[in-house]
Design a protein around this ligand. Structure first.
Ligand SMILES: NC(=O)c1ccc[n+]([C@@H]2O[C@H](COP(=O)([O-])OP(=O)(O)OC[C@H]3O[C@@H](n4cnc5c(N)ncnc54)[C@H](OP(=O)(O)O)[C@@H]3O)[C@@H](O)[C@H]2O)c1
Length: 340
């Protein structure tokens, strides 16, 4: 016996990947339904070798369904997640709406799987921001060994993190640059993204940081350790899929770079690719469609007593969203629902 699974936002970047990953990982599904907005009614999406026709989320009855994977943005989540949770269906949500709610666990299974039982307070589990998810997977085993005090991170985030409209904007602007009669002004992004980089993701806060940067701080504390100080600079780059991060870490104790490599090589969810030679590191294009969080360029930071720097890359639609959500569903299956 398997699970009755809902995928809400099935026509979107994350929703499509959730369907792919449920099929790839052979999640024990008895019945599955793909939901989106009314305008997508009947739109076909793939689930393994099957095709599903999308239904309308607005009229869907969640009664009797076990798990709903949501990837529909915060505004729609505010309406539909309480409806699903209230009907007894456990929601795993990709939006930022519930991430900072003390009654909702925020989970990266490699890091804080123990928090899963907190699901029962609201029948909702939150999935972290894409940049946080991959970073905490890399930080966790190093924190366990040498206790992280402070993290300085700069991100290089792909346009797919801004949904399908973000990918279209990069594609259309890039084509338009070679055809001067076309003009594709910025719309999804605040400035031209083709052949450019933009140090601004999500809204500005009074502190001068952006909400995306604040999310990395708040979520790292909630998932990994509230004592870790984080400062982030989040940058959008003209890459379709795959987020990269340059991470500088200050520890309580000394950690030699070779020992850090050994720790990362053994750590769950991590793939270490770190040869100190041209091409001996990972780039975002190589991580597309992969499950792993990749780490390269591990090296000592000699400007502080106990410091390391490293490069971390992952498919933001997978570990940063859909894969993590499916891993949470697997955890829920093994620890709570116990079907399948
Ligand atoms: N992309 C990432 O790297 C990433 C990472 C972590 C978290 N997330 C989060 O995941 C969510 C989805 O992101 P995405 O990149 O997949 O966006 P997307 O490509 O723009 O897709 C949005 C999906 O939500 C559906 N939707 C929107 N409003 C709806 C409504 N009122 N009722 C029903 N369905 C509605 C859309 O359906 P229609 O096609 O019918 O409009 C579509 O299926 C967002 O909350 C985002 O912040 C994304």
């Amino acid at each position: 016996m398997g699970y009755k699974v809902v995928v809400a936002g099935a026509t979107g970047n994350v929703g499509r990947e959730m369907l792919n990953i449920l099929a790839e990982r052979e999640f024990p599904v008895d019945e599955i339904v793909a939901l989106a907005s009314r305008k997508s009614l009947g739109t076909e999406v793939s689930f393994g070798d099957k095709t599903l026709k999308c239904k309308d989320l607005d009229t869907f009855d969640f009664t009797g369904w076990d798990i709903a994977l949501f990837a529909i943005g915060s505004d729609a989540t505010k309406i539909y997640a309480p409806k699903a949770a209230g009907a007894g269906c456990i929601v795993i949500d990709n939006s930022s709406l519930y991430r900072y709610d003390p009654d909702v666990p925020l989970i990266v299974p490699e890091v804080n799987a123990h928090a899963i039982m907190g699901y029962a307070r609201k029948n909702i589990i939150a999935n972290p921001n894409c940049s946080t998810a991959q970073m905490v997977v890399a930080l966790k085993p190093l924190h366990d060994r040498a206790t992280i005090k402070r993290v300085v991170v700069s991100t290089y985030q792909s346009v797919s993190g801004a949904g399908k409209e973000g990918m279209d904007e990069l594609w259309n602007q890039t084509k338009a640059i070679y055809n001067p009669t076309d003009n594709v002004p910025p719309s999804k992004f605040p400035k031209q993204i083709a052949f450019n980089v933009i140090p601004h993701i999500d809204v500005f806060l009074d502190s001068g940081e952006t909400k995306e940067e604040w999310k990395m701080v708040a979520e790292t504390k909630k998932i990994l350790d509230p004592k870790i100080k984080v400062t982030a600079t989040c940058v959008r780059v003209p890459v379709f899929v795959g987020h990269s991060e340059a991470i500088n870490i200050e520890f309580e104790e000394f950690l030699d770079w070779q020992e850090a490599q050994d720790i990362l090589r053994e750590a769950p969810g991590i793939m270490l690719i770190d040869k100190r030679e041209p091409g001996g590191y990972i780039t975002p294009i190589e991580c597309v469609g992969e499950f792993a969080t990749y780490v390269s360029r591990v090296r000592q930071d000699s400007t502080i007593e106990n410091g390391l720097s490293l490069w971390c890359v992952s498919d933001n639609l997978r570990k940063g969203a859909a894969l993590n959500a499916v891993q949470i569903a697997e955890l829920l299956g093994s620890k709570v629902l116990k079907k399948g």
